[in-house]
Design a protein around this ligand. Structure first.
Ligand SMILES: CC(C)(COP(=O)(O)OP(=O)(O)OC[C@H]1O[C@@H](n2cnc3c(N)ncnc32)[C@H](O)[C@@H]1OP(=O)(O)O)[C@@H](O)C(=O)NCCC(=O)NCCS
Length: 158
């Protein structure tokens, strides 16, 4: 599939809520989470009021149909609003997801390549479940494990 990548805008917030749900890692043997889970404060903070100062990200769409298929986004979460992958007040957290039927076709790779070529050497962090195959993708982009806690790891790319 040919995909087109463009910067995210405030108008993309509804799609980002869907992406937030899709980004939640569920091991294959476990049932899907209820959709409402994304409105818990600890998850909603990644997307709520998208378009705040410092928010940055890209959307991938199917070039043939213009339908959005995935997104990568960065947000600085600090103070009372810290995210799962918090490192410090200068390091935004990365989130990424692709709709299920479009995974493993290189779109996530294209989004990350686009993100990291568009900013001047940003340091970014993320939180990922141990066992999520996405770890391999992150390592290919230079992310390294900073810490592990319970079933998740914080990774950072300098
Ligand atoms: C992770 C994700 C964004 C990668 O995008 P993608 O377009 O599928 O990835 P690409 O085709 O460019 O690259 C393939 C790599 O993506 C990862 N990947 C592929 N399918 C995946 C899946 N279902 N779940 C998690 N990671 C996956 C693997 O690291 C894979 O590398 P490998 O071939 O060495 O195993 C996408 O698969 C996805 O949305 N997964 C579910 C949500 C998720 O896990 N998000 C990350 C939360 S921290």
């Amino acid at each position: 599939m040919d995909c087109t990548i463009r910067p995210l805008t405030k108008e993309d917030e509804p799609f980002l809520w869907e992406m937030l749900y899709q980004a939640l890692y569920i091991p294959e043997e476990q049932p899907a989470l209820p959709r409402e889970v994304i409105h818990l404060p600890e998850l909603a903070r990644y997307v709520q009021n998208w378009g705040l100062e410092g928010d940055c990200g890209f959307l991938a769409s199917d070039t043939a149909t213009s339908q959005p298929v995935g997104a990568v986004w960065l947000r600085l979460l600090m103070g009372e609003n810290k995210g799962y992958g918090y490192i410090d007040d200068n390091t935004p957290e990365l989130s990424i997801a692709i709709l299920p039927k479009y995974r493993s076709q290189g779109i996530g790779t294209q989004l990350l390549a686009h993100l990291f070529s568009s900013k001047e050497s940003p340091s970014v962090s993320l939180s990922v479940s141990v066992g999520n195959p996405a770890v391999r993708l992150y390592e290919r982009f230079g992310f390294a494990v900073i810490s592990k806690s319970g079933g998740s790891m914080t990774m950072k790319r300098d």
